[in-house]
Ligand binder design. Structure first.
Ligand code: XMP
Length: 514
């Protein structure tokens, strides 16, 4: 049976991967291409539908991201979102202009439920708006099918041509019935059967990896976190003993984590892997001494990592491939995901510098969100306690210690974090929260302990609820739990006299502190 494909054309908005993800949730396979991709190439893939994403430009400005008019004449359903909607109108002769009132955030919208796009959607619903331009006049053949107080054309359709435009963002969860709208498009309007499943991802990837690797040797960067563990098990299933997993203890791991990782993946553990542990703590601390600028720290940790691998690779002999557990949010936020802006550089993303002697890099999870990675993990039979482990950044505590990293500060944050995690688990909150940790602020303040004046650090506690790690809300941890954590940290961890709770959401904050 022919494989069904929906293509998402990326115009550079921050939510673009979410679009792909929602399509995959409808059990339809989906790939993302830059708007610069040749139309002939897109046609060759025989997509069942095309979605144009949001983006930061104004379509009427010179040099703005655009698409050829033929895109709308291929007899393939097209859905334009936000910038994509405006572009559809602009290219087909409608008018897009700067709106008198910029709309941002949750907005009430009235939809015309006779449109197939809004089948089973409530006539009054809530959507997520984020735009400064608006559709001032629809192109010929279109009719308006949604409006808000400030936006007369919040959605439009040209049913005979199967062209649909939505000014708001159905891919964002704040658009309460957005998933239903996207389902209506891909399943009902594009007519996709929806028979794509995660197990096809696993099987197809194992096959693709085998073909790519051939008889080559593979080195895998194993951190013990969800992503690299899933990548390692996927690889070991694909190429067995051609794989060596190297675990670098960079001294920026959580308390006792190095030994825990070794217990699971090492010789006495659950998997048949060639496992090598490198204890490089001192090497990393030395490189980080005196450095406090976040991007510089990330860069140092990333480069040191590569160097350690290079050394290991030399010991192991010729290595053809390096595996990394990069996942999609890493890619987007590093600005490598096509068209979106750089927020912070993740050290474990990207090509290898020239001086590293590997032939190629393999990133089997590059297109997946965290919860999709977990599904793959379960599919691969990885134990649940590993699959549902909370994410931990590649640069580790390096991005949770603000300012200069020292062995002493590492110990403080490790101890505080261990207490916090213990109390969260005891309170039964560990499965509810998507990520929680202690960070060491660079702030020292005056306190009093016993009869003595202290001048010690403040620990910041963070706990967030999130679906995709692209947006997040601070969790409302019960006060008594916070008080217990505070009292234990202050009593048990030397060098700390204050505990703060971070209530910021993302955006504008990020989940990590650096
Ligand atoms: P931020 O702080 O960007 O984090 O909101 C989003 C998610 O990504 C994790 N994170 C990283 N993961 N390498 C990683 O593998 C990194 O450099 C990195 N920085 C942040 C973070 O823990 C959160 O889950």
């Amino acid at each position: 049976m022919e494989k069904e494909l929906v293509i998402v054309i990326d115009f550079g908005g921050q939510y673009n991967q979410l679009v792909a993800r929602r399509v995959r949730e409808c059990n339809v396979y989906c790939e993302i291409y830059s708007y610069r991709t040749d139309l002939a190439r897109i046609r060759e893939m025989h997509p069942k539908g095309i979605i144009l994403t949001g983006g930061p430009s104004s379509c009427y400005e010179e040099g703005a991201a655009t698409c050829p008019p033929e895109l709308f004449e291929m007899d393939i359903p097209v859905l334009g979102l936000c910038y994509g909607a405006q572009l559809m109108m602009h290219v087909r002769g409608g008018e897009v202009a700067r709106a008198a009132v910029k709309e941002y955030g949750r907005t009430e919208v009235k939809v015309d439920t006779t449109s197939r796009l809004f089948a089973d959607v409530k006539p009054n619903t809530v959507c997520w708006m984020s735009h400064f331009d608006y559709i001032a006049r629809m192109a010929e053949g279109f009719r308006g099918i949604a409006s808000t107080a400030n936006c007369p054309v919040a959605a439009a359709e040209y049913e005979e041509k199967k062209l649909y435009a939505i000014q708001f963002h159905p891919e964002v969860l704040h658009t309460v019935e957005g998933s239903r709208m996207l389902y209506n498009f891909v399943r009902n309007i594009c007519g996709c059967r929806g028979d794509w499943r995660m197990d096809s991802f696993v099987e197809e990837n194992i096959k693709a990896i085998r073909e790519k690797v051939g008889r080559g040797r593979v080195l895998c960067a194993l951190s013990g976190g969800v992503d690299s563990s899933v990548a390692a098990v996927l690889l070991s299933r694909a190429v067995g003993e051609q794989l060596t997993c190297v675990f670098v203890d960079h001294g920026l791991l959580r308390k006792n984590e190095g030994d825990e990782v070794e217990a699971v993946f090492g010789p006495g553990g659950n998997y048949k892997l060639n496992f090598v542990r490198v204890n490089a703590q001192e090497q990393f601390y030395a490189k980080l001494a005196g450095v406090s600028e976040p991007e510089k720290k990330r860069k140092i940790i990333g480069e040191e990592f590569i160097r350690v691998f290079e050394e290991e690779a030399k010991k192991i002999g010729a290595v053809d491939f390096l595996v990394q557990g990069t996942i999609y949010p890493d890619v987007v936020e590093s600005g490598l995901g096509g068209e979106s802006a750089v927020i912070k550089s993740h050290h474990n993303v990207g090509g290898l510098p020239d001086y590293v002697d590997f032939r190629e890099i393999i990133e089997p999870l590059r297109n997946l969100f965290k919860d999709e990675v977990r599904k793959v993990g379960l599919e691969l039979g990885i134990p649940e306690h590993l699959v549902f482990r909370q994410p931990f950044p590649g640069p580790g505590l390096g991005v949770r210690i603000l300012g200069e990293v020292t062995a002493e500060k590492v110990k403080i944050v490790q101890d505080a974090d261990a207490i916090y995690r213990e109390e969260i688990a005891d309170a039964g909150l560990d499965r509810e929260l998507n990520q929680y940790f202690a960070a060491l602020t660079n702030m020292r303040s005056v306190g009093v302990m016993g009869d003595e004046r202290t001048y010690d650090y403040a620990i910041a506690l963070r706990a967030v609820n999130t679906v995709d790690f692209m947006t997040a809300e601070a969790a409302e941890i019960p006060w008594d739990v916070l008080k217990r954590v505070m009292s234990r940290i202050i009593n048990e961890v030397r060098g700390v006299n204050r505990v703060l709770y971070d209530v910021s959401s993302k955006p504008p904050g990020t989940i990590e502190f650096e």
